[in-house]
Design a binder for this molecule. Structure first.
Ligand code: ZN
Length: 325
C-alpha cells in the first residue's frame, strides 16, 4: 500500500499571526557572540528570491498538530494514541500497540517486521504521523513569508520568583513576529476518509485559535489564523486491470464532473484492505464547489476555502468512527 499511490490531499495554507509569535531558533547562544541579537531570536533561513527571512519550520507545525491530534483521539479511545515519551518497559495505561512500542525498544537483535504488520500494529496517530517502524503519511513543508517581509519587534520579559518577588531570570529580550503572512503546503497521502477528517479537525482547531504555536503559549503568544487557500485532491488516472472495478468506475465518475473525495479504503483492492485492517469501503464525500480535471497522469480535484471547510466538517465524524472500531 505504501509503495503505491492511491490518493493525495494537498492543503495550500496561508498562516497569519494573531498577536506575537516566536518560533525560537536553535542558536540562542548567538546573543553571547553577537550582542546586537536578542536573547531569543526568531528562526531564519536564506531564500534565493527573498534573501534572509524569518520562516516557520514544518517540523514545529507538525509537532503541535501531532500533539493536538493525540488529544482528540485520546478523548475517544486511549489505545489509539500512543504516548511518545513512553519507553518499551514502562507500565502505562495507554498506547499499547506493539509497533509503537517496538521503536522505543533499544535492545539489540529484534527482528525486522514488514510494513504491512507495522501499519496494522500501530496506533491511529502513528499510522498518520509515523513511528520508528512505519513511515508517516503527512508531509508539512516550511512556511515562508508571502507579500513582503513580516513585521518583527523585540519584547522584553522577566521571570519573577514567586516566593521572594524578585527577578528570578532576566530581563531578557525576545524577537517576535507580530504581523505578516506565511504560506506553505500540508500533504496527506494514501489516506482513509477518517484520517483526512482527523488532520482536518486538528487544522481547523488551529485556525480557530484553540491550538497555539511556538514559544510562550502560556504567556499568550502563538495564536495564529489559517486560511485554506486551496485544496487539491489527486488520484492516479491510470486504470489498473488487477484492481477492483470500483477504481475505474470512480475515475470515470470523477472525469464526468464528479467532485467526490474517496479514501484509500475504497480505492484499494479487497486483499490490501484486509491486510492493512482498513475500514470498510464507503461512499465518497463531496467537495462543495470543487471542480475536477484530468491533468497528465492524475485526476485533479480542486476546492476553495469554503468547500474545503465543508469537506473537513463532513469528514470529521469519520475519524471518530474509525478510532472506535
Ligand atoms: Zn503510536
Amino acid at each position: 500500500m505504501h509503495s503505491k499511490f492511491y490518493n493525495e490531499a494537498i492543503f495550500h495554507i496561508t498562516l497569519r499571526p494573531q498577536g506575537p509569535l516566536l518560533i525560537k531558533s536553535g542558536s540562542e547562544g548567538g546573543a553571547s557572540v553577537n550582542p546586537t541579537l536578542p536573547d531569543m531570536n526568531f528562526v531564519r533561513t536564506y531564500r534565493p528570491d527573498l534573501g534572509e527571512v524569518v520562516y516557520i519550520p514544518g517540523s514545529s507545525l507538525r509537532g503541535v498538530l501531532r500533539s493536538h491530534a493525540e488529544k482528540l483521539v485520546r478523548s475517544v479511545n486511549l489505545d489509539e494514541a500512543c504516548d511518545p515519551f513512553l519507553r518499551a518497559n514502562d507500565e502505562n495505561e495507554y498506547g499499547l500497540k506493539p509497533a509503537c512500542l517496538r521503536g522505543k525498544d533499544k535492545s539489540e537483535g529484534k527482528e525486522k517486521i514488514d510494513g504491512v504488520r507495522a501499519y496494522r500494529e500501530s496506533c491511529y496517530i502513528c499510522r498518520i504521523f509515523g513511528n520508528m517502524e512505519v513511515a508517516g503519511r503527512l508531509k508539512i513543508n516550511d512556511f515562508y513569508p508571502r507579500n513582503g517581509n513580516p513585521t518583527t519587534e523585540v519584547r522584553y520579559g522577566v521571570a519573577i520568583d514567586r516566593v521572594t518577588g524578585s527577578v528570578a531570570h532576566g530581563p531578557f529580550d525576545m524577537e517576535v513576529v507580530t504581523d505578516g503572512e506565511f504560506s506553505g503546503t500540508i500533504t496527506l497521502r494514501n489516506f482513509t476518509l477518517g484520517q483526512l477528517g482527523l488532520v482536518g479537525a486538528a487544522l481547523c482547531d488551529m485556525a480557530d485559535g484553540f491550538v497555539r504555536l511556538g514559544y510562550g503559549k502560556a504567556r499568550g503568544l502563538g495564536q495564529v489564523d489559517f486560511i485554506f487557500e486551496k485544496l487539491e485532491i489527486r488520484y492516479l488516472r491510470k486504470k489498473e486491470k488487477a484492481a477492483r472495478s470500483i477504481i475505474s468506475e470512480i475515475l470515470s465518475e470523477v472525469v464526468g464532473e464528479n467532485n467526490k473525495v474517496y479514501g484509500i479504503e475504497t480505492l484499494c483492492d479487497a486483499d490490501t484492505a484486509k491486510e492493512f485492517a482498513l475500514p470498510p469501503a464507503r461512499e465518497g464525500l463531496e467537495l462543495p464547489g470543487g471542480s475536477a480535471s484530468p491533468s497528465g497522469s492524475f485526476i485533479l480535484l480542486t476546492g476553495d476555502e469554503d468547500g474545503t471547510r465543508k469537506l473537513l466538517e463532513a469528514a470529521a465524524p469519520l475519524w471518530v468512527e474509525e478510532v472506535q472500531r
